[in-house]
Design a protein around this ligand. Sequence first.
Ligand SMILES: *[C@@H]1O[C@H](CO)[C@@H](O)[C@H](O)[C@H]1NC(C)=O
Length: 251
Amino acid sequence: MRPFTLLTTIICECVMLADAHMKMTTPVPYASSSLDNSPLWFNGSDFPCKRRPGMYELEGASNMYALGSTNALNFMGSAVHGGGSCQVSITYDEEPTPSSVWKVIASIEGGCPAQNQIGHLGDDAGTANPYQYWFTIPSDIPAGRGTIAWTWFNKVGQREMFMNCGPLLLTGTGGSQANFNNLPDMFKANIGNDCQVPENADVVFPNPGQYVTRLNGATDAFSAPTGAGCDSAVAPNPTITSQPLIQRAMN
Ligand SMILES: *[C@@H]1O[C@H](CO)[C@@H](O)[C@H](O)[C@H]1NC(C)=O
């Protein structure tokens, strides 16, 4: 990249920060200093993980989780776009590429990353989001190093897909690769893959897996994605639980 191009990129990212979206804070993302809060590009070329130069630098990031443990998912920012639907996925690739295999460990349909919001919580990109979510690492998948990702399909506004990633170290014993392979694939839409999420609806994932939380937004409107590129829906539907609304203590 020529110095001029780099400078232009930096300026553009500063402008986008003012146009606040959301950024994952835990799990701790890779290269946090160069991670802006914008979505993936519509043409899909920075999939996965908002790929950019130096993005797999750790910068002190470490996310060590025991198999079977339950862990927090937190965000910074206030442009929540009415919430939407989120997934937590993992790959055993330490530096994911477009061909990495991502499997879902948690699906949150509606109310993520904010609940009961018509639009935005505010316009400050630097405030902690008061809503906290949880995901459980399956106890029967292999231990080892990889990458954990949060993906988000916003409910209100331009049709986008957000994806932030962080380093992952799973500890414990006894898991099998077959159990990992049996988890559903991470859902992808709005990135030039002929699959779209309708606006003003919380997307219902075609194959959310066993660990699904369904939360109401300000409006109760769930919808399947549309397009030939979407994964086909899997039956039977999973048992859906409603996670209690947890408001994080603010300091
Ligand atoms: C994809 O979109 C981004 C952002 O608009 C652009 O910088 C990049 O060159 C595009 N890539 C391709 C392959 O078109």
